[in-house]
Design a protein around this ligand. Structure first.
Ligand code: CAO
Length: 553
């Protein structure tokens, strides 16, 4: 086993390029030509492959280092058969060294952008794909210009990409772009017609070329045949070119993103200068899969409230209702839209269970009716809901987890008892809150409820009157029904649904007697509350409503 230095091969016009990615680590077993690091210049990024197979013993570069031809990348313990090859190739890159970049020292041979229609100072000028080294059939992955654009000499027109390198192809001439002869996905080769410019101050004399013609050679590096009379000098860096909507990522990251269908331009790069790494693409993919974020395409497709795509559901049915009869379309009001989005989230995100039970309110209702008779002159109508609020406060005190909220892995127990109640209004469902219900009597609660319900119907509730609830009651008792499954008002963990009380025959141990029974439906968050606790809560509530003196115990 021999220890072999793996060096940066001839990377052509690049003087010093930054190491932007380390693709291997100490201990890795390498195959020959496996990519080791990614380097990047202003216009191109490329992966530097290994000249030998073996085991990585030492990394000689780190992120941010500047390297050039001959810089040692790493030390490899190579197997004897490849070691000799590697040392033989040390001085001159060969097939195994893989990356061969058109050298500035051979300007004619490495002519880049080629002006064929010379020497017209004004008139159509053809811009050809320059010598891009040993690349064949490289894909056009970005187009920076469109017909009508005024093009400067050396302005980047497109980006092409191979497996190992991405590079921008600059214009060899100035003028107005008349026609672009390539589109995204096209495969191009040296000499292909790229664009036609008009009114060009054409490059009669040798002008710009690519500063990055990275070639991944499968055979010994060949000097590309001259295709133009122009010799080349590297264009000045145009910092704007890299930001023309081009996400900052290496070719392998681009390929990875394409394979996953990830729109790279939407990925936030966390590397130096916003560079997008494998980790960034993976994190983006995870976030989309978890529904934490949406791609722009998903967001554009999703109607308000979402179409379930993030959950992997089939699309919402699209029906032309007018085909079956006359229709009228009305936009939903603001409150309905807001409450709808909240209800959807709460219904989907909370593992909710509903327990149904009955409370015997025969005596309580008689008390309520007589109280109202006695208080007729006060103008305050005592409601069943006021008793329910008071009874719920007692149950919440006995079972405090019902008065809590989830905060990550912790439960926040609230030592205040603010009770929300659902109010049906012409604009939609609203939930005013009776604050400190534990400190208030039935009369005060009834009065406040009446005022808040009126404000809700008149659309005059302030945000403060609708926030801070620790538990909610939704009463349909004035309307009808038997039981229902209310949706928890997050971040609360339970809600009580109440329906219309009716007289029912109840067995008293000797006979059936008519009793006024109130149907209760308690929905609870199973992450916080167990079924047994929910049954106990309902049973306790029933006991209190059956005999309110228990509140005092
Ligand atoms: N059983 C039998 N009768 C009941 C009852 C019950 N559980 N609850 C109320 N009633 C009676 C009342 O006694 C009253 O009768 P009288 O007029 O003879 O006195 C009548 O029904 C109307 O009551 P109310 O609805 O006006 O008053 P309330 O205090 O019960 O409710 C309020 C107030 C704001 C909650 C109610 O008006 C309301 O908006 N309810 C709808 C809530 C809702 O939409 N929930 C669903 C949310 S989920 O989509």
């Amino acid at each position: 086993m021999a220890l072999v230095e793996v060096k940066v091969p001839d990377i052509g016009d690049f003087d010093e390029v930054a190491v932007i990615e380390l693709l291997v680590k100490v201990g890795d077993t390498l195959k020959a030509e496996q990519s080791l690091i990614t380097v990047e210049s202003d216009k191109a990024s490329m992966e530097i492959p290994s000249s030998t197979a073996g085991v990585v013993k030492e990394l000689r570069v780190k992120l941010g280092d500047k390297v050039k031809q001959g810089s040692v990348v790493l030390m490899v313990e190579a197997s004897s058969d490849v070691a000799s090859l590697a040392s033989a190739t040390d001085a001159l890159p060969t097939a195994a060294l893989a990356v061969q970049v058109a050298a500035a020292t051979a300007p004619v041979a490495t002519a880049a952008a080629t002006v064929v229609a010379l020497p017209a100072a004004i008139g159509p000028v053809e811009v050809l794909i320059p010598d891009i080294g040993d690349f064949k059939d490289v894909a056009v992955i970005e187009i920076f210009v469109k017909p009508g654009d005024a093009i400067k000499v050396e302005q980047s027109l497109i980006t092409v990409e191979s497996d190992k390198a991405a590079m921008e192809i600059p214009s060899s001439a100035a003028g107005v772009l008349k026609e672009l002869k390539v589109k995204i996905g096209d495969k191009v080769n040296i000499g292909d017609l790229l664009a036609i410019l008009e009114g060009s101050v054409a490059a009669a004399a040798p002008v710009a070329a690519m500063n990055a013609a990275a070639s991944v050679a499968a055979s010994a590096p060949s000097v590309a045949p001259a295709v133009a009379t122009a010799s080349i000098s590297a264009p000045a860096h145009n910092p704007g070119s890299i930001t023309l909507g081009l996400p900052h990522a290496s070719p392998s990251v681009r390929k990875f993103a394409r394979e996953l269908g990830v729109p790279l331009e939407e990925v936030k790069g966390n590397g130096p200068k916003g560079r997008i790494s494998f980790d960034d693409v993976q994190a983006f993919t995870k976030a989309v899969m978890a529904g934490a974020t949406q791609t722009k395409a998903q967001a554009a497709k999703a109607p308000a409230g979402g179409d379930g795509a993030a959950l992997g559901l089939i699309p919402w049915p699209k029906v032309d209702f007018a085909k079956f009869g006359p229709i009228e379309r009305k936009e939903m009001g603001r409150i309905k839209k807001i409450s709808g989005a909240n209800l959807l989230r709460n219904a989907i995100m909370i593992p909710a269970v509903t327990n149904h039970d009955d409370a015997d309110i025969t005596e309580l209702e008689a008390f309520r009716v007589s109280t109202n008779k006695e208080n007729e002159k006060s103008g305050i109508k005592v409601t069943m809901l006021a008793f329910l609020i008071k009874a719920c406060v007692a149950a919440l005190k006995k079972y405090p987890e019902f008065n809590s909220s989830l905060d990550g892995d912790a439960l926040v127990y609230k030592n205040y008892w603010h009770i929300g109640f659902a109010a049906d209004t012409p604009n939609g469902l609203m939930v005013p809150v009776i604050r400190d219900a534990d400190k208030k009597g039935i009369l005060q609660i009834s009065q406040e409820m009446g005022e808040l319900a009126k404000k809700a119907r008149d659309g005059k509730l302030s945000p403060a009157e609708m926030t801070g609830a620790t538990f909610t009651i939704s009463s349909l008792g004035g309307i009808g029904g038997k039981y229902f499954t209310p949706i928890i008002n997050a971040p609360e963990v339970a809600i009580l649904g109440v329906c219309k009380s009716t007289h029912e025959p109840v067995w008293d141990g000797k006979q059936f007697v008519p009793r006024l029974m109130l149907p209760l439906s308690l929905t609870w968050d199973h992450r916080v509350i167990d079924g047994a606790a929910a049954a106990r809560f309902n049973a306790y509530l029933g006991q209190i409503l059956g005999d309110f003196r228990r509140v005092l115990l």
